[in-house]
Design a protein around this ligand. Structure first.
Ligand code: GNR
Ligand code: NI
Length: 172
């Protein structure tokens, strides 16, 4: 288990489309363990593999917010089904867009088909924060960040801030 560095915008890697996983094996499970460590250390409630520079369709999440009762979720090759036509708004943040927050509108509920930690096919019915978070994470697999839903002006202001911030640090 290891804590990895999280890539932040602007970064070309974050715009890549991640590749489907062919088989959930030990290498993938090791990656999921490292992703979970990285997510808890951040701390965050979700992480996509591309955020640590690995373009595989793998996501980890834990929305329990209770340090003593961890409830990790693992998603491999997740696909969204049955998006609710009703929307809900939620104040989103992203570990790859540090210290920036904005209300984003997304389908209120959805279903997700995916493979779990052991490669077993699962279906999850999501609502509330779970629905928001899984949609945010699946966006990462397509190279989409929540700031892409904002106006051009708001988005460019955020990217400018992050670029400035980056230029003062050595990290990539
Ligand atoms: O930690 C996170 N919190 C969060 C809050 C509202 C909506 C989405 C998220 S996901 C984010 C972690 C992250 O960047 N995952 O990609
Ligand atoms: Ni994110």
């Amino acid at each position: 288990m290891a804590v990895k560095q999280i890539l932040t915008e602007p970064n070309k890697f974050l715009r890549q489309i991640s590749k489907p996983v062919e088989k959930v094996g030990d290498e993938e499970r090791k990656l999921m363990d490292d992703m979970l460590d990285t997510m808890y250390a951040a701390p965050g409630i979700g992480l996509a593999a591309i955020q640590i520079g690995i373009p595989k369709r793998i996501i980890v999440m834990d929305i329990s917010r209770d340090e003593n009762k961890k409830e990790p979720l693992y998603f491999v090759n997740p696909v969204i089904k049955n998006k609710n036509e009703n929307k809900s708004r939620y104040e989103e943040g992203c570990l790859s867009v540090p210290d920036q927050f904005a209300e984003i509108e997304r389908p209120k509920t959805c279903e997700v088909e995916y493979l779990d930690y052991y490669g077993k096919k699962q279906i999850l019915k999501a609502e509330g924060l779970l629905a928001t978070c899984i949609q945010h994470e699946i966006d990462h697999l397509e190279g989409i960040l929540f700031i892409d839903y904002l106006s051009k002006l708001k988005k460019s202001m955020i990217i400018k801030k992050l670029s400035k911030f980056k230029s003062k640090r050595i990290i990539v």
